[in-house]
Design a protein around this ligand. Structure first.
Ligand code: B3K
Ligand code: ZN
Length: 882
């Protein structure tokens, strides 16, 4: 493990390498504990670089076993060596030369899952961001691009499959019991996109004919016997390839595209050129074992990794500060893909829910950072929701500001101008400026200023003159390292709604720019005056969530209810409902905290039930409406001094009142939505199941009995319904005999399917209440729990910390101490996973004082520990910094 050296990397220090890498030839002799890696690299000194400058190669826990210059051994005096670095001096001034590095590595011992590792008999790699340097000494940075040839030699019986990036060159026997395969990737790439897989796996095959009529072989490799469960992933892949041709004009560029599913993986998936490696959770699905959400995730992640082929691989990042260049843009592309495959409005609502619960939370706490940071201590800690999701929103805003056509022109220019480059955010923005003639300088602050802009709005209508005045103020809160902020360019899609819901177009707008329906807020304080308005309009602001901001607009219940019923933008309707619900829920939390009777709200109940019963609305939308703001949403709204128990009790009471008032509506919904015929994972059927299960959850509250959920559990014929019924039982009736029976039945039925058991762990990890910790401790001793597998750890320890507010924040602080102990344990094995789990405590300062104190003590316990990884050290230090 790399322990912290305290070293910080700064964007301002960027400079190109002294040597240009022309070509790489790798030969792996695979062995579980002693793999030999021979790396031949052709370099030349970059023009203008001093003749005395040495060649510096990165390493991480490496040991060198051979070093050649043009095939001759390099004398010991000519280089400096440590596990982290190899520096070679006295190299030619201008002519190209070859360096051959040989290292011996131990894939079995690699529990960090970075570099080359072996688990369940499969060799696989993860090199982003800095894993390649755990394989060989190399200029391991994204701006060093070269074509790679890879030779793999391995035991034939154990590893019939030998895969790497690019096109297959050939293979043959190689001495007794061994064979080899050679791959060549003609597209110059940085080392983080390198991949190797070897082992014995089953395969699903298909082909795709590209728009220029080239046939591409498609292969998805999974464990033997699981081939049938890869069919949906294959279908999603083909749809992604087609969509990228149609919407972005991007064609695939190799003869073969492969996906390998592995069960030990630190993240969702990885976009290695031509050889994507996936967490099997995001490949394997069938109706019996995968939920609708699993299917949607698979579709999105298959698309995301495939889309990286252009946004990330063909055009990569100059340095890791530019991470959002590939990640934000690719998330934007996968969001658009899913929106086109499914219901755009429902997709947008889900995106915004996720953005608010994760990114807004990050942005308002100690880990806040700009979409493009300027320094880091551990780059793995910057694969954040800010870089990904806010990065995507920034791209979306460019599209909103420019409009569809100019956005497309800018994207085309980007692909044309930067194909083969390691580019920067500035390069990207410049393409849109050049394509549109628009100045995006102020807009670029979105990349550089952290924090969620807070917009305060008020409106006044003058009936006599038909004039509406909208006053907007923006404030970007201080964040770590950034105390004062400049005003941003915030594109707000706006609709002025008349009584019947029709949109009125003003005859003129003054005070600022308005293009189509987009108001461009650019000043700290700005008044937009709309004339020619026949009667007092209801203002619908930030339609479609055109900007990732928090709006403070004190609209009346009547206005919100009008929007909730009549807006043509479904997102705005959902948002209005949320705005109706939030004050009720925050007030409920305050009442519960004071021990007062919790009040529900008639207007909210009525509006919600009307939407639930409105058959002109798609079921998935109605389900989203019924899923009121979460406890985390309420906590964020309250901002500080949070008592998770009070928030929970308040929300449950409001939900129960709605459930009781709407019992008939919910019973009818359950019946109406019951029959979806044979299971199909498409959005329409998934929406019906979502609405049915939302109704089930309300009915269980109304009836205060587990009977209905137990019946639903018994008759479920797909995992979505089964998992939902089990969730209702476990969360609402944890002590009921029906719940114990269902939990046992589920465990027994799926005892050989680890991915399904993850759901079983997660459902129990989120049972609310102070006794959750004891349950978690007991589950950790379950025979199916495995602390070495990241999916198991995330499903139990991660879900508990991230998604069980009452259990995790129990008043005596025991769960914080438990979490700290787990982090220290996991850090020894897998620092990336430990650091990620630790971020669950990022909002500790917004807890009420006694819990905040206990959380701080637990964090300090971690901070005091010796031998922390850089990953955990970085997170804990930032979380504790005042
Ligand atoms: N690019 C990878 C993430 C790598 C994370 C490294 N710590 C997956 C993705 O975003 O597509
Ligand atoms: Zn990505």
């Amino acid at each position: 493990m790399r322990t912290d050296t305290g070293q910080i990397v700064h964007l301002a220090d960027y400079r190109p390498t002294d040597f240009v890498l022309e070509r790489v030839d790798l030969t792996f002799e695979l062995d579980p504990t002693e793999t030999k890696v021979e790396t031949r690299m052709i370099f030349h000194r970059r023009e203008g670089v001093d003749a005395s400058a040495p060649l510096v190669l990165d390493g991480d826990e490496l040991s060198l076993s051979g070093l050649l210059f043009d095939q001759n051994e390099i004398p010991a005096g000519q280089y400096d060596l440590s596990p982290e670095r190899l520096v070679i001096r006295d190299l030619p001034e201008s002519k190209p030369f070859e360096i051959t590095v040989t290292t011996i590595i131990n894939p079995e011992a690699n529990t960090q899952l970075m570099g080359l590792y072996r688990s369940n008999g499969i060799y696989c790699t993860q090199c982003e961001a800095e894993g390649f340097r755990r394989i060989t000494y190399f200029p391991d940075r994204p701006d060093v691009l070269a074509p790679f040839t890879v030779n793999i030699i391995a035991d034939k019986e154990a590893n019939p499959l030998l895969l790497s990036n690019g096109n297959f060159l050939g293979g043959a026997g190689y001495g007794p019991g061994k064979h080899f395969a050679a791959w060549f990737d003609p597209h110059p790439k940085p080392s983080y996109l390198f991949a190797l897989v070897a082992g014995d796996l089953g395969v699903v095959e298909d082909t795709f004919v590209t728009m220029s009529e080239r046939e591409v072989a498609l292969k998805i490799y999974v464990e033997h016997g699981k081939e049938a469960r890869a069919a949906y992933a294959m279908d999603a892949l083909k749809r992604s390839m087609k969509w990228d041709e149609e919407v972005f004009g991007r064609e695939y560029d190799l003869d073969i595209f492969m996906i390998v599913a592995v069960s030990d993986f630190n993240m969702g998936a990885m976009e290695n050129k031509g050889l994507n490696i996936f967490n099997d959770k995001y490949v394997l699905a069938d109706p019996e074992t995968a939920t609708d959400q699993d299917y949607a995730n698979i579709e999105a992640i298959i698309a995301h990794e495939y889309f990286h082929n252009w946004t990330g691989n063909r055009i990569t990042c100059r340095d890791w500060f530019q991470l959002c260049l590939k990640e934000g843009l690719t998330v934007y592309r996968d969001h658009e893909f899913s929106a086109d495959q499914r219901s755009r409005a429902v997709k947008r609502i889900a995106e915004v829910r996720h953005l608010r619960s994760e990114q807004f939370t990050e942005d308002s706490g100690p880990l806040a950072h700009p979409v493009r940071p300027t320094s880091y201590r551990e780059i793995n800690n910057f694969y954040t929701t800010t870089v990904y999701e806010k990065g995507s929103e920034v791209t979306r805003m460019i599209a909103t500001i420019l409009g569809g056509e100019l956005f497309k022109k800018g994207m085309d220019l980007y692909f044309e101008r930067h194909d083969g480059d390691a580019a920067t955010v500035e390069d990207f923005v410049k393409c849109f400026e050049d394509a549109s003639g628009r100045d995006l300088k102020q807009f670029s602050l979105w990349y550089h200023q952290a924090g969620t802009p807070q917009i305060t709005v008020s409106s006044a209508f003058d009936a006599a003159t038909g004039t509406l005045t909208l006053s907007l103020d923006q404030m970007v809160p201080a964040t770590p390292g950034q105390t004062s902020k400049e005003p941003m360019h915030i594109p707000l899609k706006t609709g002025l709604l008349l009584e019947d819901g029709t949109i009125v177009t003003p005859s003129a707008v003054t005070g600022g720019e308005m293009t189509d329906d987009v108001l461009h807020l650019t000043e700290r304080s700005q008044k937009f005056v709309f004339t020619g308005i026949p009667s007092r309009p209801t203002v619908s602001l930030n339609r479609g969530f055109s900007a990732p901001v928090s709006l403070h607009f004190d609209q009346s219940g009547a206005d919100l209810s009008l929007i909730a019923r009549h807006e043509s933008d479904l997102f705005a309707r959902w948002q209005a409902l949320t705005n109706l619900a939030l004050p009720v829920l925050t007030a409920a939390a305050a009442q519960a905290r004071k021990g007062e009777t919790v009040q529900s709200d008639a207007m909210l109940t009525e509006t919600l039930l009307a939407i639930a019963a409105n058959e002109t609305l798609e079921p998935a939308f109605r389900a989203q409406a019924l899923a009121l703001p979460s406890e985390a949403d309420i906590a964020r709204e309250l901002g500080s001094d949070n008592d998770p128990d009070a928030i929970h009790t308040g929300r449950e009471t409001v939900l129960t009142a709605i459930a009781k008032a709407g019992a008939d509506v919910f019973a009818k919904l359950m019946a109406d939505m019951a029959d979806t015929g044979a299971y199909k994972p498409d959005a329409a059927d998934a929406g019906r199941r979502a609405l049915k299960n939302a109704a089930l959850s309300y009915l269980a509250l109304a009836e205060q009995s587990p009977a209905r959920a137990a019946a639903a559990f018994d008759k479920a014929d797909n995992m979505t319904d089964l998992a939902q019924a089990l969730t209702v039982l476990a969360h609402r009736f944890p002590q009921a005999a029906e719940t114990a029976t269902a939990l046992q039945a589920f465990e027994a039925r799926f005892s050989s399917n680890a991915l399904v058991l993850d759901k079983w762990f997660s459902i129990q990890a989120t049972i609310p209440g102070a006794d959750a910790l004891e349950r978690i401790e007991k589950l950790m001793t379950n025979e199916h729990y495995n602390p070495a597998n990241p999916n198991r750890v995330r499903s139990l320890i991660g879900t508990f910390a991230f998604a069980n507010a009452t259990g995790f924040n129990r008043a005596d602080g025991a769960a914080y101490r438990f979490h700290a102990a787990r982090i220290l344990e996991i850090d020894k094995r897998n620092p990336q996973l430990a650091a990620r789990l630790l971020t669950a405590m990022r909002s500790w300062r917004s807890l009420e004082p006694s819990r905040a104190d206990l959380a701080r003590t637990a964090l300090m316990e971690i901070e005091r520990s010796a031998g922390l990884s850089t990953d955990v050290r970085d997170i804990v230090d930032r979380m504790l910094k005042a």
